[in-house]
Design a protein around this ligand. Structure first.
Ligand SMILES: Cc1cc2nc3c(=O)[nH]c(=O)nc-3n(C[C@H](O)[C@H](O)[C@H](O)COP(=O)(O)OP(=O)(O)OC[C@H]3O[C@@H](n4cnc5c(N)ncnc54)[C@H](O)[C@@H]3O)c2cc1C
Length: 362
C-alpha cells in the first residue's frame, strides 16, 4: 500500500512523483515503457511557449512560475544525479514580426524583455549564422532551453537516489475505485493499492481514464530533425512560422516540428524531412550543409487551448488528473507539479486553480 501512485513516467509524472515525495508522501510511479521515453524525450526543451502572446493567462502564469523554478531545479538535479541538464540562456529570435504589437503588450504585462531589431549588423551580432535576407526580428534574450533527454535522465536518477519506487515496463490496465473513492490500480500482474492515484499518462491519459469521466486530451504527433554540427556554429534559437531551430551546446541542432493529428502512430515521413530541413535552412543556411543525424516523432498530449488538467477528479475521491500539457510540458512542468502537489496536500495554491479543473475549457 502506498500513499500515492503516479501513472506515467514522462516529465509530468517524474516531476509530480518527486514533488510529492519531497512533501513526505510514499510514492510509487508506474510506467508502461521506459521512464521519460515518450513525448518528454522527443520534445525540444524550449523554456517558453513558442508564441506566448497567443496563449491564455492560464498557460502564461504556469510558464512564468516555471521559469523562476528552473535554475534551482536544474542545480538540485545536478547535485542529486550528477547530470547537467544544459539549462542554457540561448535567447530566441522571432523572424516573423507581424504580431509585434500583441507581443509588446504581452511583454509589458508579463514583464518580459522583448525588442524589435531592424539593424542587420545587430542581428548578426546576436546570430552570425542568420540567413542574410532576414532584416528584422523580435529578440527575446531571456528565453532558455533545457536538454530534455538529460532532464528526464536526471529526474530518473534523482528518484532512484531518493529511494522512490518506480516500476517500468508495466502498464496500468485499470484504475480501481469503489463507492466514489479510489483504491489503486490494476496491472497485468497485480493490484497495487494507494489512497491517491494521479493520472500523468500524457497523450494516453484519456484512455487511462476510460469509464471514469471524460477529459479532452488527444495525441498530436510532432516530428523533429537533429543536425550534426560543431559547438558554437549557431548560438540562438530562431523561430519562423511555427518552425524553429534549437542549437545544443555540443553543436547538434534540432529543427522542429510538425503538428499532425494521426492518432497514436509515430512514423517519421520524408515529407517532414523535406519541410523541416528546408525551413531550418531558410533561417540558418549553414544547416543545408550539415548532415541529419536523426529524425524522430513524439506524441504531445494535446488539448484545444493548450491548458493542462491539474485537478482533483470531480467525482472520485483520491483521483487526480495531471495531463494535457500539449506543446509546453517541459516549460510548464515544474509549476504544474508544484500546483498539483498543493492540491493533493490541500494546501494554499500559488495561483487560482479553476482554469485547470475537469469542467473548465481546455
Ligand atoms: C516534437 C516535440 C517538440 C516539443 N517541444 C517542446 C518544447 O520545446 N518545450 C516544451 O515545453 N514542450 C515541448 N514539447 C511538449 C512536451 O514534450 C510534452 O508536453 C511533455 O513531454 C508531456 O509530458 P507528459 O509526461 O505529460 O507525457 P509523456 O512524456 O508522453 O509521458 C507520459 C507517460 O505515460 C506513460 N503511460 C501511458 N499510458 C500508461 C499506462 N496505461 N500505464 C503506465 N504508463 C503509461 C507513457 O508510456 C509515457 O511515458 C514537445 C513535444 C514534441 C513531440
Amino acid at each position: 500500500m502506498s500513499d500515492c501512485i503516479v501513472i506515467g513516467g514522462g516529465v509530468i509524472g517524474l516531476l509530480t512523483a518527486r514533488s510529492l515525495h519531497l512533501a513526505g508522501l510514499d510514492v510509487l510511479l508506474v510506467e508502461r515503457g521506459n521512464l521519460g521515453g515518450e513525448s518528454s524525450w522527443a520534445g525540444g526543451g524550449i523554456i517558453s511557449p513558442l508564441y506566448p502572446w497567443r496563449y491564455s493567462d492560464a498557460v502564461n502564469r504556469l510558464a512564468e512560475q516555471s521559469k523562476t523554478l528552473y535554475p534551482e531545479l536544474a542545480a538540485e538535479l545536478q547535485s542529486e544525479s550528477g547530470v547537467d541538464c544544459e539549462l542554457l540562456n540561448s535567447g530566441m529570435l522571432y523572424t516573423d514580426t507581424d504580431e509585434l504589437e500583441v507581443a509588446r503588450a504581452w511583454g509589458q504585462k508579463w514583464n518580459q524583455n522583448l525588442e524589435l531589431i531592424t539593424d542587420r549588423q545587430m542581428l548578426e551580432r546576436i546570430e552570425p549564422a542568420l540567413h542574410p535576407d532576414i532584416e528584422r526580428a523580435i529578440w527575446m534574450p531571456d528565453i532558455r532551453q533545457i536538454r530534455n533527454p538529460k532532464l528526464v535522465q536526471a529526474l530518473r536518477s534523482s528518484l532512484q537516489t531518493r529511494g522512490l519506487r518506480c516500476i517500468e515496463h508495466t502498464e496500468v490496465k485499470e484504475i480501481l475505485s469503489s463507492g466514489g473513492k479510489v483504491l489503486g490500480v490494476r496491472t497485468a500482474e497485480q493490484d497495487l493499492l494507494a489512497d491517491k492515484v494521479i493520472v500523468a499518462s500524457g497523450a494516453w491519459s484519456a484512455r487511462v481514464m476510460q469509464g471514469l469521466g471524460k477529459i479532452d486530451v488527444e495525441p498530436v504527433k510532432g516530428q523533429m530533425l537533429m543536425f550534426h554540427g560543431e559547438p558554437d556554429q549557431i548560438r540562438t534559437m530562431v523561430l519562423s512560422q511555427g518552425h524553429y531551430i534549437i542549437p545544443r551546446r555540443d553543436g547538434r541542432v534540432l529543427a522542429g516540428s510538425t503538428l499532425e493529428k494521426t492518432g497514436f502512430e509515430k512514423q517519421i515521413t520524408d515529407e517532414a524531412t523535406k519541410t523541416l530541413s528546408a525551413d531550418a535552412a531558410a533561417l540558418v543556411p549553414l544547416l543545408a550543409e550539415l548532415p541529419i543525424e536523426r529524425q524522430w516523432a513524439g506524441l504531445r498530449p494535446g488539448t484545444v487551448n493548450g491548458i493542462p488538467y491539474i485537478c482533483a477528479h470531480s467525482e472520485i475521491e483520491g483521483l487526480y488528473v495531471h495531463a494535457g500539457h500539449y506543446r509546453n510540458g517541459i516549460v510548464l512542468g515544474p509549476a504544474s507539479a508544484q500546483l498539483l502537489t498543493e492540491i493533493v496536500l490541500g494546501e494554499k495554491t500559488f495561483c487560482d486553480t479553476s482554469d485547470y479543473s475537469m469542467s473548465a475549457a481546455h
